[in-house]
Design a binder for this molecule. Structure first.
Ligand SMILES: [Zn+2]
Length: 366
């Protein structure tokens, strides 16, 4: 049903075209999707018609309405999406999976079951309180239980924008992560100086808890607004606490200035976010496509700009997830590597071909 030879938005290489296959393959490290929502995806289901949404509350409401509309189970949809991503070079991913009284532990268990069917793909599962944590009674208990039922990492979401209780929310998620010895990954859409203040508070708590390198803030839209007076001070706080930022380079959303974040020493990884779910009809699950979109959205011009996008989609993601066999450059003899018919990384990011070969631990995936 899906075109595995080339990624969905890719184009065919033609004889004599600038992207015709190079005589020797280009070898790269594996790709890492640092932020994806497999349980929400309609992958393998019939086409989903989306409802309009004006804000985050509408999007979450649409998400709840869609729960009863899928044809296939969470496990089957997640398996279809994970398999497709894997064949397109993703060797590890961090999956944010909804949890709350609306779905119980079912989505966590479904995505974990799908992941277990693909042993050559590392899948870290975040128990993600999409429908609220403090504002959705029963969610915290389910999150704690999920850490023994397939979830690896504690999730959070907009402590102020969705919950209006910065310290209550952070007390809960940091407390849960510390008690269980797990990493923490907190969705943050909140913008403006309020968003930056939340990010600084997360950074301060990360240092106080000794969790440097173990806390991620996906989206972090406030870091994308160069007009905010405390932006640079906040970037320094993020860098000092070794908090990871995960960006998804989505069409309507702000994307950080990668050069500015790099200059401040901020660690950045990239992910798909939702793939063809109730939030958006877009997404292919391919991190080749995501590196391309990151370059496109950030106005990449030079080879160095394009190579940075690739690094963020591969090596940096592997560092964030702690995946040793992807975290350094690969060679033709590396037991874990991707092979592409492209002359350079820069052109690969622009042309976005699917990998010609995907190898993990010495075994061919494609
Ligand atoms: Zn997300």
């Amino acid at each position: 049903m899906f075109n595995d030879e080339h990624t969905e938005i890719g184009i065919e290489a033609e004889e004599g075209s600038p992207m015709a296959a190079a005589p020797t393959p280009l070898i790269t490290a594996g790709l890492v999707d640092a932020h994806i929502h497999p349980d929400k995806s309609s992958w393998s289901d019939p086409w989903m018609k989306r409802r309009p949404a004006a804000d985050l509350a509408d999007l979450i409401g649409n998400n709840i309405k869609a729960l009863s509309e899928y044809t296939h189970s969470v496990e089957e949809r997640a398996f279809a999406l994970l398999s497709h991503a894997h064949r397109n070079g993703t060797l590890a991913m961090r999956a944010h999976v909804d949890i709350g009284p609306e779905v119980g532990l079912a989505n966590i268990e479904g995505v974990r079951a799908a992941a277990e069917r693909i042993p050559s793909l590392d899948v870290q599962i975040v128990c993600f309180p999409q429908f609220g944590l403090l504002t959705n009674p029963g969610t915290a208990d389910l999150m704690a239980a999920s850490l023994h039922a397939g979830a690896d990492i504690v999730g959070g979401i907009d402590p102020v924008g969705l919950e209006n209780d910065l310290h209550g929310h952070l007390d809960t998620v940091f407390g849960m992560a510390q008690a269980a010895g797990r990493d923490l990954d907190i969705h943050l859409h909140d913008g403006g100086e309020q968003g930056l203040a939340e990010i600084r508070e997360i950074a301060a708590r990360t240092e106080a808890a000794g969790m440097q390198g173990h806390v991620t803030i996906p989206h972090a839209f406030a870091l994308c607004d160069d007009s905010l007076p405390s932006l640079r001070e906040t970037l320094d706080a993020v860098a000092d606490a070794q908090v990871w930022i995960a960006t998804c380079a989505l069409g309507p959303d702000p994307v950080p200035d990668l050069a500015l974040l790099e200059a401040h020493g901020v660690q950045v990884a990239a992910g798909s976010d939702g793939v063809r779910d109730s939030w958006s009809p877009f997404g292919t699950g391919s991190m080749v496509d995501r590196a391309h979109l990151l370059g496109y959205r950030t106005g990449a011009i030079t080879d160095s700009d394009l190579e940075r996008c690739w690094r963020i989609a591969s090596l940096e993601g592997a560092r964030m997830l702690g995946i040793a066999d992807i975290a350094s450059d690969a060679t033709a003899t590396s037991p874990t590597r991707l092979e592409f018919g492209a002359p350079t990384i820069a052109q690969l990011v622009v042309d976005r071909p699917a990998p010609a070969r995907v190898v993990r631990h010495g075994h061919d995936i494609r």
